[in-house]
Design a protein. Structure first.
Ligand code: SRM
Ligand SMILES: Cc1cc2nc3c(=O)[nH]c(=O)nc-3n(C[C@H](O)[C@H](O)[C@H](O)COP(=O)(O)OP(=O)(O)OC[C@H]3O[C@@H](n4cnc5c(N)ncnc54)[C@H](O)[C@@H]3O)c2cc1C
Ligand code: SF4
Ligand code: FES
Lengths: 869, 116
């Protein structure tokens, strides 16, 4: 580009959206930020963020999480970023841009990336209080505030991609949601009638009301001017408190019009194949504001990124062009997979459709095939598993018959066509235009061995994320091909996953760890001593299956004692100074005064610190190992059992006071909590299990934050699963409604046993539910509809556990040989560990921690390699 | 297993300065687990036995926390060498040398030990 002699040439970018940010990165990659002054005018109050993931704000992402702008990047490249200062006019003759702040910038090259604005149909009262659009973080904040304070019903105008997302968001905010779509089906652009029908069914099942084939005629308002409803084109009225317009977008080309640049008939700044405006070689337009050389305005981010690259390359005098892009999309809308790719509507001459449809299951898959067998495009609704592979095969003749690609797995003909069958030039990530060959290269030439490394190296998978799955498969395939073993094993001792080990133990009835290690461990680990990862994991598997495989259910029996983590080994929780805490079971949190007194007396007699736990029971801290049997002898005597606060097993079933006392309660939540706690006590599982029962929807027991939570209804019980507190909280999902006592227990039996069977080590039900293929729907199929035919077996396993449960502390205090292990010193059983000491604090005591300096011991203190066989 | 009847009254002994110090009966030590022994000078040793009957002893104090708990950790084999993982924060220590496997600047005392 020409510059004033002597001065650094200036590039001014107007619009810091997704495409604008990508353009800056492309400039930096080409070294242009070093040779140019780069000025960015950003209209929104924050730098570029991930608009595609906008809706995830409602599932807990903060505006910061959504940011795409690394301020270090901006600073390091000397980019001048003016946030909240839009361009208001352009003088092309003087090559100057004026910002709202009044500042004027000279440019040598001007790049417009102003995106689009939401189209609001010109209906009366469209600007009333309670009308919104869905485009920016500010829009979402406004919607959220209004929905929380002023609305219980919401309607979305437009049943396209964004409309469905907006409707899902309203539903997530607790509103009754309606979708009004003028076309006869949902997502008219992406799917055909069949796909629309499958989508409709699934979306209605989620409780959203869909009105298709009707337009919005007027927004109805009250005397204050706030929305009260909508008048529809069929004459009917829909009562609603708020309206979100999502009826499409229009390019923001006003700035360009005002300065005399050419725009298309239906909007969009006209550019050539280099993304240069046809009217002025010094001005470029990219992203959603541009009318590309193929006559289209692209409303997706991937083509915009390609345009950003093209413009940057052109400014660097490299060869590049943008001649059009494919409109493939894969989305998860309200939890439903929807994908369309290539010539989805079959517009090519003589093409044929291959359709598989199961509207009961909400499945619809269509492939468009050319006469010669070339895959031209397709639509997938309900199951878009094959999207990545199919899209990459578009334009070629797939190596297997098209029918087999759309049939569901297990339907005889179905073929799982892995990405390894793809040609090297197939585009795997369309957001960043990354080919399979590039991904393979990242593994073979750049030594990337994990998906995160490959993402960093190639950018693949860092856009919409829909290709990450295929990416993972490719990386693994490539590693395997180059001889690197992709290790999914539990640890250095076992090549199997926990789930596989569970199946081995179950099927072959293996009752000892050593047997499992020596027969099924990795070659190099056989005959060895295992490790701290697999020992407790296998110990837990053997314990959960004990009655079924014929092992002892007592965790301190024989070899099992050596497998347990310290806590399980001493049936208490180790504290920071080497002392232990004691937690007797208080089922449902209900405790009679007599028992409270016993706990108080024991704590007083042994000088223990007491605290009410977060799990509705009482913890006594500061017991020395040799005191544990004495404390427990008294607890067992008073009728207490182990609370398993130490085990990866059932912790507590919290309760609210429920119907018995509470004026709102509709069921006896305390009784149910006690029943559940007693039924599942002692059940060893991949991680700890927590539960709660609330007596009504007010949810005082916080059941929705539990692995399995129960909430009373007028007709019975609702069962929620997969809740979690902790560092990554998750709300539980509703598994089934209005269950009787017996139905509830049967379902929990199945759910827990299915989890124990298939979860990974230390995987709570929440992460498990997120990880397993098919998620909640799959789990519901298995445990409610018995789709795998294993429910009888799951129930039987639970019955065996319940029948064989024994309190492990009662067992231990009656076994002198086991008790002998509860000493501080093997050679001085009566001497307490002098390191365990306490100091007073607030009427009780706390550990007095010994001070040690790490890694700075005098050399004389350390005996060199002196162990002896 | 090496626990033949004639070995049951064998004692575990630890080498201290110039003498062998008796800790306990060999049979009290469960393979794969440790016990703590109080030494005459007030220090503590953690004594372990692996599944093939080999014995090891290191200092019982966990240098990362100060608590005397290494005898209560889980044991295992790492690249052919025996280790114990502290039950508190899970750092592993080589049982033959006392070297911490997760922080090369940290090492605990290792003792000679035998069954006699
Ligand atoms: C004692 C107690 C805190 C208190 O003073 O109230 C506690 C104490 C410990 N918690 Fe907790 N948690 C206690 C209630 C909770 C709760 C609240 C609840 O259960 O309603 C939660 C959040 C709910 C949840 O789990 O989803 C909770 C989430 C955790 C987590 C995070 C789990 C996660 O999935 O992210 C850990 C770490 C872990 O398990 O990996 C943890 C781990 C621990 C450990 C075991 C850490 C350790 O290894 O030393 C603590 C030792 C317990 C001890 O020495 O007795 N604790 N912990 C509570 C015992 C409840 C009981 O009666 O059994
Ligand atoms: C909810 C939602 C979900 C979406 N989901 C997907 C999806 O799944 N897949 C997909 O491919 N696409 C999706 N999109 C579309 C995608 O977000 C856009 O294609 C993409 O953001 C376009 O980038 P852009 O930079 O051209 O425009 P934008 O990201 O809109 O950025 C333009 C920026 O320019 C600013 N601007 C305008 N005028 C001026 C001015 N005069 N001065 C200074 N600044 C100005 C605007 O404020 C804006 O910040 C979605 C969009 C939304 C709203
Ligand atoms: S959840 Fe309902 S029944 Fe239980 S205590 Fe709260 S308000 Fe009462
Ligand atoms: S296709 Fe969107 S990130 Fe790869």
């Amino acid at each position: 580009m020409t510059a004033t002699p002597g001065a650094t040439p200036t590039i001014v970018l107007v619009g810091h959206g997704m495409v604008g940010q990508r353009f800056l990165e492309a400039l930096a990659e080409r070294g242009l930020t070093a040779t140019h002054r780069v000025v960015v005018l950003c209209e929104e109050p924050r730098p570029a963020y991930d608009r595609v993931a906008l809706t995830s704000y409602f599932s807990g992402k903060t505006p910061d999480d959504l940011s795409m702008t690394d301020m270090e990047f901006i600073e390091n490249h000397g980019i001048e970023l003016y946030v909240g200062d839009p361009a208001v006019s352009v003088d092309r003759d003087a090559k100057k841009v004026t910002a709202r702040s009044g500042e004027v910038f000279d440019y040598d090259t001007l790049v417009l990336a102003t995106g689009s604005y939401p189209f609001v149909p010109p209906v009366p009262n469209k600007d009333a209080e309670g009308c919104f659009v869905y485009r920016t973080i500010e829009d979402l904040l406004a919607i959220e505030e209004y929905a929380k304070s002023k609305a219980t019903v919401g309607a979305v105008v437009g049943g396209g991609l964004l409309g469905l997302e907006a409707a899902g968001a309203l539903k997530g905010l607790g509103l009754t949601s309606h979708i009004v779509e003028f076309a006869p089906r949902l997502m008219p652009v992406q799917v055909d009638d069949g796909g629309g029908a499958a989508l409709l069914r699934t979306i209605e099942q989620m409780g959203l009301t869909v009105h298709t084939g009707v337009g919005t005629q007027e927004i109805l308002v009250d005397s204050e001017g706030a929305v009260t409803g909508m008048k529809l084109s069929d004459g009917s009225e829909l009562a609603t408190d708020m309206v979100v317009f999502s009826a499409g977008v229009r390019p923001r080309d006003q700035l360009a019009r005002d300065c005399g640049l050419t725009v298309g008939e239906r909007g969009g700044i006209t550019v050539d194949e280099q993304c240069r405006t046809v009217a002025d070689p010094h001005v470029f337009a990219i992203g959603e504001c541009a009318l590309a050389s193929d006559g289209r305005v692209y409303g997706l981010v991937a083509p915009g990124y390609e345009q950003a690259e093209t413009a940057a390359a052109t400014i660097a005098s490299d060869e590049a062009s943008f001649t059009g892009a494919d409109l493939s999309t894969k989305l998860k809308l309200l939890g439903v997979d929807v994908a369309s790719f290539g010539d989805a509507h079959g517009t090519a001459e003589d093409c044929l459709d291959v359709v598989y449809s199961d509207s009961r299951a909400g499945l619809y898959k269509k492939l468009v095939i050319g006469r010669d067998g070339t895959l031209l495009g397709g639509i997938l609704v309900g199951d878009a598993e094959a999207y990545g592979t199919l899209k990459a095969f578009t334009g070629s003749v797939p190596p297997v018959s098209p029918e087999s690609l759309v049939l569901p797995a297990g339907a005889g003909e179905s073929v799982q066509l892995g990405p390894s069958a793809l040609p090297d030039d197939a585009i795997v990530c369309s957001c960043h235009n990354v080919s399979k060959g590039t991904i393979r290269g990242a593994v073979t030439d750049h030594q990337c061995t994990t998906v995160p490394e490959v993402k960093k190296c190639t950018k693949a998978g860092t856009g919409c994320g829909s290709c990450v799955k295929v990416l993972g498969q490719l990386v693994n395939a490539e590693l395997e091909a180059s001889g690197v073993e992709v290790d999914k094993g539990l640890c250095g001792c076992f090549g199997q996953t926990r789930e596989e080990l569970y199946e081995i133990v179950h099927a072959l009835r293996i009752t000892t760890y050593q047997d499992l290690l020596d027969r099924h461990g990795r070659e190099e680990a056989r005959g060895g001593d295992g490790c701290e990862v697999c020992k407790p994991a296998v110990g837990s598997i053997i314990a959960s299956l004990a009655p079924t495989i014929g092992a002892s259910g007592y965790v301190l029996d024989g070899e099992q004692a050596a497998l347990q983590d310290t806590n399980d080994h001493f049936l208490a929780n180790l504290q920071k100074n080497g002392s232990y805490s004691v937690v007797p079971r208080i089922p449902g949190g209900e405790i009679a005064p007599e028992k409270l007194i016993v706990i108080g007396e024991i704590a007083r007699d042994f000088g223990l610190y007491t605290k009410i736990t977060g799990g509705q029971r009482i913890d006594m801290f500061g017991a020395r190992v040799e005191q544990l049997p004495l404390i427990w002898a008294r607890l067992v005597d008073a009728g207490f059992e182990s609370g398993h606060a130490y085990g990866k097993s059932l912790r507590t079933v919290k309760s609210c006071v429920g119907q018995t006392w509470c004026r709102y309660g509709v069921q006896d939540s305390v009784r149910m909590a006690i029943d559940l706690e007693l039924r599942y006590r002692g059940l060893r599982s991949p991680h700890k299990l927590k539960s709660a029962v609330s007596g009504c929807q007010r949810e005082c027991a916080e059941a929705q934050s539990k692995d399995f939570g129960v909430i009373a209804t007028a007709n019975g019980w609702n069962l929620y699963v997969g809740g979690n507190g902790g560092a990554t909280p998750r709300h539980a999902d509703l598994l089934a409604q209005d269950l009787s006592d017996a139905e509830l227990i049967r379902l929990i039996d199945r759910f827990l046993m299915f989890y124990i069977r298939t979860a990974d080590r230390l995987e709570r039900t929440s992460t498990w539910l997120e990880r397993i293929p098919g998620g909640l729907d799959h789990v519901r199929d298995v445990v409610v509809h018995d789709s795998l035919g294993i429910c009888d077996e799951l129930e039987q396993l639970m019955r065996a556990h319940v029948a064989h449960y024994r309190d492990e502390w009662a067992e231990t205090v009656n076994d002198p040989e086991k008790l002998a292990r509860f000493v501080s010193f093997v050679n001085a059983p009566d001497t307490p560990d002098p390191v365990v000491a306490f100091v007073p604090e607030r009427d009780q005591m706390k550990p007095d921690l010994p001070l040690l300096s790490i890694g700075m011991r005098p050399a004389a203190d350390v005996l060199e390699g002196s162990a002896q066989r | 297993m090496t626990l033949a009847p004639e070995t049951t009254d064998l004692k575990i002994e630890l080498a201290l300065d110039d003498d062998w110090f008796t800790v306990c009966d060999l049979s009290t030590l469960l393979p794969g687990r440790g016990v703590a022994a109080l030494l005459p000078d007030g220090r503590q040793a953690a004594v372990f036995r692996d599944r093939s009957g080999d014995l090891f002893a290191i200092d019982n104090r966990d240098p990362f926390t100060g608590a005397a708990v290494l005898s209560r950790g889980l044991t295992g084999t790492h690249q052919g060498r025996p280790f114990v993982a502290s039950p508190l924060l899970k750092q592993r220590f080589d049982l033959t040398s006392g070297q911490c496997l997760d922080d090369e600047s940290v090492r605990v005392t290792a003792y000679k030990v035998r069954a006699a």
